[in-house]
Write a new protein. Structure first.
Length: 371
């Protein structure tokens, strides 16, 4: 009986796969440009959730979306890719699709060969690309320098879903620290961004993310803050963890299985620190703001557009270790002046929620998908 049941289960799975295959093949024959395929990275991390949110936005706009696997069969339809690195894949240009993509970071000429390659592909194929989403003004200017039609480039920041976050309170901070095993008396600095090469341990640093700058900043703060504690999340954090071990600074690394859980970690923090050299976001800019956690960041990505120094956060130049350490201490030493900044930051976050971005995405989709 068990053998027969196993055979039936396998047949059911095969039948389901065959039906999906037939649906995908039929997709190629739909009325041109009436369906949108959203292609994520299948990594389970940041960009995949951007695609999840964009799917929800598309539905609110009355746009029909289909399975990502359908992209392989699509002809004369709209396909949106989560990452600019797809530009180097020549297959995407073969089916006369409307090609859209997010191009968040990757300055050409910055010493990263993949960035040069993908920008070269953009220059070679920009006439075949229909839409590009950039998240900040610096990247928009870089994309326009490729020769692409400016009408194809849309500045839409990486948004935030307020449902995943709550405003930190003293009670929520104490509760989360108890849950995570972090001393109540500690000064907790957060860093939740992937900053190692690849998807393994991340022992090789991804220098554009500034993990070396982070460690230099922590080394300075260690001499001034006896109970300094670092809370890490995200994949590939090996380089940072090794560095903190050498500095003898206590830390905890929590790799969450689901992105929406990240909001809980902000409850344990005294401050969030961004030390990157290049970014598309980072998402932590709006995440910390909406959580009521002070943000100290370098002038990167959408931080340069969204952060007003001393108004809704604190921002210094790239690689300014002294400035990062100084404003971290400023936040900790002047708590009475911080609340107004946190209130302004929360307003900035709500203005950049996915719901608030609906008009921007409506403009993006006009002519890209026929709804």
């Amino acid at each position: 009986m068990k053998f027969a049941a196993d055979i039936n289960d396998r047949l059911a799975i095969k039948t389901k796969q065959l039906l999906q295959f037939v649906r995908n093949k039929r997709a190629a024959n739909w009325q041109p440009f009436t369906h949108l395929c959203l292609v994520d990275e299948s990594s389970g991390w940041s960009l995949d959730w951007d695609i999840y949110e964009l799917k929800s936005i598309a539905h609110r706009l009355g746009i029909r979306t289909v399975n990502r696997k359908w992209a392989a069969y699509a002809q004369k339809q709209a396909v949106f890719y989560a990452s600019q690195f797809v530009l180097c894949n020549l297959e995407i240009y073969q089916n006369q699709n409307h090609i859209g993509l997010a191009y968040y970071h990757g300055k050409p000429g910055s010493g990263e060969q993949p960035f040069d390659d993908v920008f070269g592909a953009l220059k070679d194929h920009h006439e075949q690309i229909s839409r590009i989403q950039v998240s900040h003004i610096e990247m928009k200017e870089i994309i326009l320098s490729s020769g692409i039609d400016p009408a194809k480039v849309f500045l839409i920041p990486i948004g935030i879903n307020p449902a995943f976050f709550q405003m930190q309170t003293q009670l929520s901070k104490m509760s989360m620290r108890k849950r995570l095993g972090i001393p109540q008396s500690a000064v907790v600095v957060g860093s939740f961004q992937k900053d190692g090469v690849g998807w393994g341990e991340g022992n090789e640093p991804k220098l554009i993310k500034g993990p070396d700058v982070f460690l230099q900043t922590i080394a300075r703060l260690k001499t001034q803050i006896p109970e300094l504690f670092i809370l890490l999340s995200g994949p590939a954090r090996g380089y940072i963890k090794q560095g903190l071990h050498k500095l003898n600074v206590p830390y905890r690394h929590i790799y969450l299985k689901s992105y929406p859980e990240i909001g809980k970690l902000y409850q344990a923090l005294d401050l969030y620190l961004v030390t990157s050299r290049q970014e598309g976001g980072p998402k932590a800019v709006l995440e910390s703001m909406i959580s009521g956690v002070p943000l100290v960041t370098t002038r990167v990505g959408q931080a340069m557009d969204l952060v007003r120094h001393g108004y809704n956060g604190w921002m210094v130049d790239v690689e300014d270790v002294e400035g990062l350490a100084h404003y971290t201490r400023h936040v900790l030493d002047h708590p009475a002046t911080v609340q107004a900044v946190l209130d302004a930051g929360q307003q900035t976050a709500f203005v950049n929620s996915y719901s608030a971005q609906l008009p921007l995405w409506r403009d993006f989709m006009k002519g890209f998908v026929i709804s």
